[in-house]
Design a protein around this ligand. Sequence first.
Ligand code: ADP
Length: 494
Amino acid sequence: MDKPLQILLATPEAVPFAKTGGLADVAGALPKFLRAMGCEIKLVMPYYRMVKESGHPLQYLGEEIEIPLGDEKLKADIYLSHLSQDIPVYFIGRGEFFDREYLYGSPKGDYFDNAERFIFFSKAVLTFCQHRGFSPDIIHHHEWQTGLIPAYLKSVYRKDPLFSHTATVFTIHNIAYQGIFKKEKFALTDLPAEMYNPEGIEFWERINFMKGGIVYADAINTVSQKYSEEIQTSEYGYGLEGILRKRGENLYGILNGVDYQDWNPSHDPHLAARYDLKDISGKKECKKDLLKELHLPASLENVPLLGMISRLADQKGFDLLMEILNELFSLDIGFVLLGTGEQKYHDLFTQVARKYPQKAGIRIAYDDRLAHKIEAGADLFLMPSKYEPCGLNQIYSLKYGTIPVVRATGGLDDSIIQYDPATKKGTGFKFTRYDAKEFLATLKEAIRIYSEPEQWGQLIRNAMMADFSWERSSEAYLQLYRNTLEQKRENIST
Ligand code: ADP
């Protein structure tokens, strides 16, 4: 039998220890499925205050490693917890860097020393391997915070036999966040001077950590096939499209899976009633319950209820929604929104709630329980995003028979199939141009189909049958690891 693949997953966040976005869900779920397929897997992440306060059992290992940072040598403590019994999670601790209220910055902006913090973390990942004599086959690292890891493997750690066969896979979850810093910080990296050039990690006379991952990792992937194509264009690439095109042969797209343990109307503990494909009558109860929770009139039970759950950020297409608000609310609909984020949207939706108290239920908060209730209680789920690397809510919505209306971008395009009333195939509604009129026309089409019970029932069944479980995605990752290792071996031997 083959030796199990040894994987080290280096991530700036992972559920259930620390989370700011979808990346944490991936880092928390993927390892369990890889483990089930026979891989040996370890995680390494920073020891934030959020980890300390997460309530999960943590063991201080009493070991220290030393990390060079420019002229200094800084110590790191190591803590241990587990994702499941046989998946250890090692935490790199240094109070000065990670014992803070937030992970990357406060509402006022990014932390001033993010370069130091994540240079330190990236080096610590490799120093930790040396300290433990751990020789991974694959280092799977995520987002800009870990972007420098392959640059180190190709320079400072090049001669260490521990890493002679190690291949790196770099996952981009959102290319809009790149970790760009002043060039003066380059000295802290201890990378060789020749890496500071436009073919390396230089980016318009600054340093760019994400570019490090793109240039030096053995393989790169994003969280949907469509997004992996989009980021090679100037519209979506945020300045990195050229270098991504150059690496096109090693650039892949793997859609995230979802955790159907957490998101499944047949056993969701947050719902007023449970339902499944065989009997969806419980969905009506959930709608009633949701209307009540948001103090909306019970009469809305009989009209399409539109739902949104989102970070309130420009990326999510709220400017399109703003343009069509008046016309939208002139229709016979209800609207529910749960979200937090930028102040301008807090103000906007507070006004919407005041202007349309009989139709709009707005909750400015982060509330997992209500998120589940909206997924179950709404009829349509709106995601008119400007860009969407993967998106999770539209996939949850399918499972809950809540029909997505999405812009055909990134993972939204890859996960939703346009409904065709003639063939009765498809799972939702899509529009292509980032344009308010197209959005409104698509919404109206969805509302029209809603008024035809037979069509609508079929559409709900199609949606609920779609399968985006992690099994599928983790197999794709395993294949990517194997291919990358193979390629690396071939390169070494030639
Ligand atoms: P992104 O990672 O860009 O924020 P995704 O759709 O990939 O968008 O993931 C968002 C995740 O965060 C989903 O699990 C969603 O339910 C959750 N979420 C977002 N905003 C809220 C909120 N205000 N309350 C509860 N859950 C939320």
